[in-house]
Design a protein around this ligand. Sequence first.
Ligand code: CA
Length: 245
Amino acid sequence: MPAATATHETTKPPMAKTQRILIIEDEPDITEVLKYNLEKAHFQVQSAGTGEAGLATATETLPDLVLLDLMLPGMDGLEVCKRLRAEARTRDIRIVMLTARGAESDVVVGLTLGADDYVVKPFSTSELLARIKAVLRRAEPREGEPDKDMLRAGPVAIDLRRHEVRLAGEPLELTLSEFKLLSFLVRRKGRVFTRDQLLDAVVGPDVFVTARNIDVHVAALRKKLGEHGAAIVTVRGVGYRFEEP
Ligand code: CA
């Protein structure tokens, strides 16, 4: 009976969509290793050897994520990042930058341009896969979408509507700036932000305070979080991220 067959079909669990990754990297050896490991992890992989080619491929095929080497001949990775974010068509593609050790200033620029995360070369495959999966999993709050009322991360529970924070069930007294900073980081846990980005989130772009003020707020927050203070991780030369304790 055709109807029964149809019913049976619909009760099967939906097939997970294969996620597509575009590697933009000029060193063939690295591309080869990345491709091998990503395919083994069940991603569909494309690659491009220059920034120009990568940008064209990204615009044409709209991958879920771009692995973007910053040091490219011709158009460099930061420019590719900027152009991907500037176009409505490619704006939502996730970007993980591949950077050289000691290139923190590039990382800061890349994050400011809208890259989602970065991995420092040489990296382990497991580290890279963990970062990629975290970025793909992340549900960013959309522009104009109301906040969910509750945020949770380990022992931290934030009630956004009532402006209340509990730590392992106990109420935590925070200043308004500390509350905003903690909510911002917890909502985007795992993602690294520069001090300027955090400053914009906490006090707004029009208020003049130095980025170092963020360090003061972070220090105060860590103290109040006590044994869980280490959840706010310092990313040397770049900024901060919140890791679920
Ligand atoms: Ca390179």
